[in-house]
Design a protein. Structure first.
Ligand SMILES: Cc1cc2nc3c(=O)[nH]c(=O)nc-3n(C[C@H](O)[C@H](O)[C@H](O)COP(=O)(O)OP(=O)(O)OC[C@H]3O[C@@H](n4cnc5c(N)ncnc54)[C@H](O)[C@@H]3O)c2cc1C
Length: 335
């Protein structure tokens, strides 16, 4: 018997479990031998409060003071506009315009773009430190984590649920790309979650760690210095089944081409590459709550490409909703 059972040990699962454990007895089940092996361990680790749909941006701003010491490091972003469409997008962002020459001073290999702005609200996130802080907090609050514990049994039992033989009042489905598979296993309507593969590579290059993150404002690539290499992404969104995502060499080649087109770096090879699944519902806002006809089975899913940057505020709000301290959010309820 437990009050709340959380499925998934990525950032979503550990953050909501930790917040809930302040007021409830919590068990977390993770399928893999280690936590954070899937999307959480593969992110670009960027905090960008100007990125994403409205609720995501608000939660990201609210998260900033909640990350704790040493997790965020300021790292400005240059948003590039490469055509008229980009210029229109750039005008909508609350950022400071720069001249192309000023941008090149900040990142000398950059070819002067059509238009550019600097976003000083962006930061790097120490994802593993944040994840570890929530794991520690969960343990300190009496919660338990079981690894190698893939959920294969999930059924209603009176007013509660049975999950792998454990009886619980509330199931929190924080299974990332697998959240709709878990809903189907529970006999609960799905939320139309779409996992999309995104690729990152570390290119061999001579880099200056002081360079900003450089991103196309319409999201066709980004790059930034990372551990003596250049982290590059083609900002791909390839629909995928829930799986252990692998990088496709075509996507890596596209990333190299796009970064070479806007810089003089002449990148030719990569040191390593990886991919992960960013999972979205149609409006790209997160989903927190239960279907009205299926109480006690709570989705905590659809974090898309923003699950790290908004994790602290989303987990606080999510715990308030799940424990009935605030009403469900119309924007984030299953829909
Ligand atoms: C390339 C890339 C770059 C990104 N960059 C950023 C960024 O810069 N900033 C940002 O904020 N976000 C970024 N994101 C998004 C962010 O990483 C995700 O939103 C976040 O990690 C999602 O966390 P999660 O816990 O929902 O999913 P996951 O980390 O995938 O965790 C889900 C867990 O559920 C477990 N699970 C699944 N099925 C079961 C089962 N049946 N039983 C038990 N456990 C199960 C899985 O094993 C997994 O560990 C990026 C993502 C990618 C792929």
């Amino acid at each position: 018997m437990v009050d709340v059972l959380v499925i998934g040990g990525g950032i979503a699962g550990v953050s909501i479990a930790c917040e809930l454990a302040a007021d409830a007895q919590v068990i977390l089940l993770e399928a893999e031998p280690e936590l954070a092996r899937h999307t959480t361990g593969r992110s670009a680790a960027i905090y960008a409060p100007t990125y994403g749909p409205p609720t995501v941006r608000q939660l990201t701003r609210e998260s900033e003071p909640l990350f704790g010491d040493g997790v965020l490091t300021p790292h400005p972003t240059l948003w590039l506009a490469l055509d008229d469409d980009g210029v229109d997008h750039l005008r909508e962002l609350p950022v400071e315009p720069l001249t192309p020459r000023e941008a090149v001073e900040l990142c000398p290999p950059l070819r002067p773009p059509l238009a550019v702005a600097i976003d000083t609200s962006c930061m790097d996130i120490d994802v593993m430190a944040l994840h570890a802080r929530y794991v520690r907090g969960l343990h300190e609050r009496g919660g338990t984590i079981h690894r190698n514990a893939r959920v294969t049994e999930l059924r209603r039992d009176g007013g509660g649920w049975v999950v792998n033989g454990i009886r619980t009042d509330v199931v929190v489905n924080a299974a990332g790309a697998w959240a709709d598979e878990l809903a189907a296993l529970a006999g609960v309507p799905t939320i139309g979650l779409r996992p999309m593969r995104r690729t990152i590579a570390l290119a061999r290059a001579t880099v200056d760690p002081a360079w900003p993150l450089v991103s196309d404002v319409v999201d066709t690539f980004y790059f930034r210095p990372e551990s003596g290499h250049l982290l590059i992404s083609p900002a791909d969104e390839t629909p995928s089944e829930p799986c252990d995502a692998k990088p496709d060499e075509v996507d890596v080649a596209i990333a190299l081409d796009r970064v070479n087109a806007v810089t003089t770096l002449n990148l030719r090879s990569v040191h390593t590459a990886w991919a992960g699944l960013r999972s979205f519902v149609a409006d790209r806002e997160p989903v927190v709550g239960a279907w009205p006809d299926h109480p006690g089975f709570v989705f905590y899913a659809g974090q898309g490409g923003y699950g790290i940057q908004m994790a602290p505020a989303l987990a606080r709000t999510g715990a308030d909703i799940i424990l009935g301290r605030v009403p469900p959010s119309p924007i984030m309820s299953p829909r």
